[in-house]
Design a protein around this ligand. Structure first.
Ligand code: SF4
Length: 1016
């Protein structure tokens, strides 16, 4: 007897199936019962509910895929399953082979032959092989054989004919090698049931629960088994009442119903049931997408709405609500769930916030393997030889907590890594073993020079030891250049090492590798997650080894092997199930499950309903045409998002929360989804709570973590209070207090004997905090080493060439002499463009000399590169706060016809310099140099001067003689600023003040300064 029972969602269909099983078990305890559910998540949920109800003995719960395997075993025809990594590699192999054959086209009119050309350009494109796999899977699910498909598409287009060729080659390979994919196992199990008349006859009850669609293979197997089992019970979501028989929300269920009715030839019955949902959710269930009378709409305290500024805040709000359900409503962790149409954009936020809130999370359907921190670190380590040991990746790997290098004589303490970092910066390493080795050589030389000056650096022995460790690290990670897959896999396994939890007395030290599993186990809070990911990674390695044993393959280069490995890891997921945890799932994965409280995220436009897209390989027009030829290929544009939403909403029995982000990633307003509006309509349009990023929780009792409590609480201990005050003061537009740069008296450190340079005082004039960071704390921005020279080196080269030219040498000679030794002299690694760069610099210098000569008609060069202070007399300014001593280098002084002097300061950068810069105290060099020439060096009166932009070949708009009050006005202004700056520094005033045109890129505080404003 076969029955098809229909009931709306939340009417206890699963409970009904369980009660039927229990009834049978009560009278026939050993009766075999077979249950089929749509996926592994539901199989697990069903088993849990069944055992909680006390009737799990002798009940087998399958998905269709596991049922196919079981049927083939029972029929004595087990067949190995083609795992996904092998399937992907097999398809790649087939495509490559067919592309090679397609290179030799047949004469016109003789068709495609047995090769492919249409898809040849796509063969290496990311995602192409996965698309092919999905298309073949769909054809097989529809029970369309390669022969039928080839015949149907013959003469239609090369595009479809080539898919047929690939499909035929794939299926042919499976049959000759005696392997099967999941769908193939379905075909074979249907044949096995037909040919083995006893198969399935012992089933007392066959129960099918939780489905919303059936494919032709499933229907064939189900119909055969239903004829054998003593009793078959199929439950589906639906409603037999005529006014509900075509509900929009039930669209997908109608198709499943129609398929079952026609294949099993039966009539549906209404299940005797009542809603198990709370009244307001039951009201939504019955009215969703239906017209509703006003009397049927009522505000509810069981459905909530939150609009959050960003996805991150949305997740935080949803998980806070979930935590409240667990703590305040005493729900079990397994009774609450967090759902989204698509979980992928929420993965990272969910993990981070659940961790902060202390919520064990079970992400259904697995998480991307490549995103696990242990696997990401391992892939970076394995990529080092492929990318020729890039500096940043190498240092990160050496420092990673996932690797234990101690068994290989490699010291990974921070001190060694810091020294290695310093060596690589000094040697300007970007990547390449040659650069690393050169950097060690340079470091040795530099150290020797520094030692002679009496500076204390690491001892020679320590440095040499580090170089040895570096070489051990390199040889440990360098595989054979050419090898078979299994050899590369063995190499990676030896790096990962054994799991110490499984170690025996026979385990050797060598087998420990980098002890990655042991290191992953060391961190209790993440060990479960990381060990599960490392297991999944080993499965990927096994899959790759298997491909080599079943597919013809030669040895390959490590780079090619790594690319295959990376592709397989990117396609893999891993999952781990905490003993008890809150389920996070996509709306698809959550179908058929039931919870007391559900938070459904992502109700903004375009997210849910999701836009359905046409299949790229089998387009809608192809499908329509093939349907006309009798192939059961369905449209991909079913318009079933409404059903999916109905299923998501009815997962909640008592409490339901809808959330959405109201700003998109680019900061634009994000409209609500029509589904959001629909639930609001059905709940009386109650307002949504708004969550903004800059507003803290108003009520500290709502805090879900220590961090939130600290942020929101008003009354807490003194340390937190101080921290909070510091933060508040920092946000205040008017800075005050030591946390914003108002320090204490520093007049001792910067007293009368302190020598000042103009550039440091200019730094204070630009922004006091920049001065404090750069010269008070002497912090430097850590920049990645790059080949080629930087602005500082360029400035030194150009200054030196101009000095030599004005000293009497020809431009070419002076430039060639400087360029010849520049890499060693100034410490940079020339790029491939170095020769062209030299030519361009000579061109720029030629022009600058010509233009400067024109601007110097009537002037004669007087002095080049004059030093004041630093062994020569300093410039001493008599000011209201006492003497201020200055030092520096004057680039050039020219004599005017009247005997007075003109000062010139060369600038390499092109940033404009105007009189305002001097008025604001940000540019002081020119007047200070003029004063130094006159007062410190006694060279004569300076009456004019400008900055000279070398590369632009032009003078600055700031000219001493044109300043208000002429050169003496400029001197007075400069002296006033110098006085104020020194006064501010001595008083400890280092408040950050972003310049009007934004912060300079060279400011070392740009990465952490709270007043940073993007500038030049
Ligand atoms: S980032 Fe801007 S405000 Fe902050 S210290 Fe640097 S220049 Fe000053």
């Amino acid at each position: 007897m076969t029955r098809l029972l229909l009931a709306p969602a939340g009417h206890g269909k699963t409970e009904f199936v369980i009660s039927q099983i229990r009834d049978i078990k009560a009278s026939e305890p050993f009766a075999p019962v077979t249950v089929i559910v749509p996926n592994a998540i539901q199989a697990r949920g069903f088993r849990q509910r069944l055992s909680a109800a006390g009737g799990a003995l002798g009940v087998e719960v399958f998905t269709f895929h596991s049922l196919y395997a079981e049927l083939l075993i029972c029929a004595g025809q087990p067949i190995p399953l083609l795992l996904d990594p092998v399937r992907i590699r097999l398809l790649r192999f087939i495509v490559d082979d067919l592309c090679e054959r397609g290179k030799f086209p047949l004469p016109k009119g003789e068709g495609q032959g047995d090769g492919i050309r249409y898809y040849a350009a796509l063969r290496d494109k990311p995602g192409f092989i996965t698309l092919l796999r999905n298309t073949i899977e769909e054809l097989k699910r529809a029970r369309i054989t390669p022969d039928v498909f080839s015949t149907s598409v013959k003469g239609l287009s090369a595009r479809l004919e080539e898919i047929a060729l690939i499909y035929s080659a794939y299926q042919n390979w499976l049959q000759t090698q005696n392997w099967a994919d999941n769908e193939g196992r379905g075909w074979l199990s249907a044949i096995a049931i037909e040919s083995n008349l006893k198969l399935g006859t012992d089933i007392r009850l066959l129960a099918v629960s939780g489905f919303d669609e059936f494919n032709p293979t499933q229907l064939a197997v189900l119909s055969l088994l239903a004829n054998r089992a003593k009793e078959t019970l199929i439950t589906l979501t639906g409603d037999t009442r005529s006014e509900h028989s075509q509900r929009t929300a039930h669209h997908r269920f109608h198709r499943a119903q129609a398929a079952i009715i026609s294949n099993l030839n039966l009539q549906p019955e209404a299940m005797d049931s009542s809603s198990m949902l709370t009244p307001s959710i039951a009201n939504i269930e019955s009215r969703l997408f239906e017209a509703a009378k006003t009397s049927e709409i009522s505000e509810t305290s069981e459905v909530y709405f939150i609009e959050a500024q960003t996805r991150a805040l949305e997740v935080r709000s949803a998980l806070r609500w979930i935590k409240a359900c667990v703590i305040r409503d005493r729900m079990k962790l397994s009774d609450v769930a967090i759902l989204a149409r698509d979980l992928e954009p929420y993965h990272a936020f969910l993990e981070e916030v659940a961790d902060e809130f202390g919520i064990p999370l079970h992400i259904a359907g697995g998480q991307p393997l490549i995103e696990n921190p242990a696997i990401a670190a391992l892939m970076t380590l394995l990529s080092l030889p492929v990318n020729d040991f890039p500096r940043r990746a190498l240092l990160d790997s050496w420092r990673s907590p996932y690797f234990d290098f101690s068994g290989h004589g490699i010291d990974s303490r921070e001190a060694s890594i810091t020294t290695l970092d310093e060596i690589s910066r000094a040697g300007r390493v970007s990547q390449g073993l040659a650069q690393w080795r050169e950097a060690f050589e340079m470091w040795r030389k530099k150290k020797a020079a520094t030692d002679e000056d009496g500076e204390s650096l690491n001892t020679s022995a320590q440095d040499e030891h580090l170089e040895e460790k570096f070489e051990s690290f390199i040889s440990l990670l360098t595989p054979s250049a050419q090898a078979e897959i299994k050899e590369y896999v063995a190499f990676i396994e030896s790096i990962i090492g054994d799991d110490p939890a499984l170690a025996t007395i026979y385990s050797s030290k060598e087998s420990a590798g980098l002890n990655i599993v042991g290191r992953a186990r060391d961190n209790e809070s993440t060990s479960e997650r990381d060990v599960a990911a490392l297991r999944a990674f080993k499965d990927v390695l096994r899959g790759l080894t298997l491909t080599e044993s079943v597919l013809p393959s030669d040895s390959l280069a490590y780079k090619d092997f790594f690319n295959d490995l990376r592709g397989a890891v990117e396609a893999a997921t891993y999952s781990f199930t905490p003993e008890s945890g809150v389920m996070a799932a996509s709306a698809l994965d959550a179908r058929g499950l039931s919870f007391q409280a559900v938070a459904l995220m992502g109700l903004s436009e375009g997210e849910f309903p999701k836009q359905e897209r046409e299949d790229i390989l089998l387009r809608e027009s192809d499908r329509a045409f093939l349907r006309e030829r009798g192939l059961p290929l369905e449209t991909k544009l079913h318009g079933e998002e409404a059903t999916l939403f109905y299923q998501a909403v009815t997962r909640a029995r008592q409490k339901f929360l809808l959330t959405r982000p109201y700003l998109a990633d680019d900061g634009q307003a994000w409209e609500p989804s029509p589904f959001w509006a629909e639930i609001k309509r059905l709940t009386g349009n109650q307002p949504a709570a708004r969550v903004r990023g800059d507003a803290r929780l108003e009520d500290a009792t709502e805090a879900a973590s220590k961090v939130e409590w600290v942020e929101s609480a008003q009354d807490f201990d003194v340390q937190i209070k101080n921290g909070s005050e510091a933060l508040r003061a920092r946000m205040n537009p008017k800075a005050e207090g030591i946390y914003e740069g108002e320090l204490f008296d520093l007049s001792e450190r910067f007293g009368a004997s302190h020598g000042w340079s103009a550039s440091r005082l200019e730094s204070y004039g630009t922004c006091p905090f920049e001065f404090f960071i750069a010269y008070g704390l002497e912090l430097e921005p850590r920049e990645e080493a790059e080949d080629g020279y930087d602005v500082r080196i360029l400035g030194s080269m150009l200054h030196k060439i101009l000095e030599d030219v004005y000293g009497g040498q020809s431009l070419n000679n002076a430039a060639q002499k400087v360029f010849a030794t520049a890499p060693q002299e100034y410490g940079f690694r020339p790029t491939a463009l170095w020769t062209q760069q030299q030519a361009e610099l000579i061109r720029a210098l030629k022009k600058t000399i010509e233009v400067l000569n024109e601007a110097s008609q009537g002037f004669t060069p007087h002095t080049m590169e004059a030093r004041f202070g630093m062994g020569q007399p300093s410039l001493v300014l008599k000011t209201s706060i006492g003497d201020i001593r200055l030092h520096g280098y004057i680039d050039r002084l020219d004599s005017a016809p009247d005997g007075s002097l003109r000062v010139i300061d060369y600038k390499t950068g092109g940033a404009a310099i105007s009189a305002n810069h001097l008025k604001e105290g940000r540019r002081l060099q020119l007047p200070i140099y003029a004063l130094a020439a006159r007062d410190a060096l006694g060279l004569g009166e300076v009456t004019s001067g400008f900055y000279w932009h070398i590369q632009k070949a032009e003078a600055s708009s700031l000219k001493l003689e044109k300043f208000d009050g002429g050169a003496s006005g400029a001197f007075e202004t400069a002296i006033a600023h110098v006085t104020n700056h020194v006064k501010g520094i001595r008083a400890g005033h280092f408040e950050p003040k972003p310049p009007g045109d934004g912060c300079p890129s060279y400011c070392p505080a740009t990465n952490f300064c709270w007043k940073y404003r993007k500038g030049f």
